[in-house]
Design a protein around this ligand. Sequence first.
Ligand code: KG4
Ligand code: ZN
Length: 345
Amino acid sequence: MYDISKHKIKAEPLILGIESSCDETACAVIMGRKIIADKIISSASEQALYGGVVPEIASRAHTDAVDEVVADALKEAGVRPNEIDAVAVTYGAGLLGALLVGLSFAKSFAHALGIPLIAVNHIRGHMAAAYLDKPDLKPPFITLLASGGHTAILHTKTELEAEVLASTTDDAAGEAFDKVARVLGLPYPGGPNVQRLAESGTADVEFPSALARHGGGSTFSYSGLKTAVINYIHTAEQRGQAVNRANVAASFQRAAIDPLVKKTVELALNTGASTVTAGGGVIANGYLRDSLKKECLSAGLELVLPEKRYCTDNAAMIASEGLNQYLAGNFAPLSINAKAQIPLK
Ligand code: KG4
Ligand code: ZN
């Protein structure tokens, strides 16, 4: 009988994290906030052949990789399965078939060892990456979240609670990077390729800012920006004019990122928070990182910026959010199901 009601909460538990929401099968082991193993097997190169993530290919790749990635992480950590105190796993949001692979594995692992299962919201995982960078980080702070599915600025009030101060009304920032990559003829994954192209260009085109004019100045809109880039390229093509793709990439990147950085600093100053953190794949963008560092420094704000590999999908961030839930005793029943969507409250 699986009964974790008598589990004694430890201050510095060994948590095994598992992530399989998209195209990375990942496993990490953390002790407290210290990462002692971190492994990723990615199907990105296979997905690139199709120009994006094919859900069925992702599910099959996770099935092939999950045993190996967990075994590798345990080996790197030098830890036996029965020394793990809890298993934290992404249960949503993401591709349902992909999520089910990691979730089923985590349930079996928890059940076999009689340890707590912790169900982690992927987005809260991205937000918890900051604790890995600064283990003694304590809320309150302002979090800039920018991934393939979400774009928001949140006021993180406690380890378990955050208020959304600004968000996007349509596309997420990462989604815009991926769509613009496609019209620029760049391969999947779009974001890093747009960044690379932008590095050799000059931002000489005035695209509309991603900060929507309506919504009290705290609403982002990426759909208009994406359409403006598409129209710019099509119009030039129809007129037989050459398009400087690097300049378009640099101009788009500036229009997509400057408002995120500006709004984050503004909201931090308005709320009186002295610390800013960030998470999500777009935070791996070099232009964003440089700009956020510069603006936080000049505003006198402390910036906790996770390493690039902890901004894109990984299991250490899932284990880190798992620790927040573990310390609060928030354990999941084995009957928990995967969820394709979880609203950002
Ligand atoms: O957080 P993430 O790995 O997965 C989701 O939870 O969505 O974010 C993936 C998104 C993709 O849209 C990808 O193009 C974008 O993050 N991304 C970047 C960069 N690296 C990843 N966008 C801009 N510049 C980058 N260097
Ligand atoms: Zn993600």
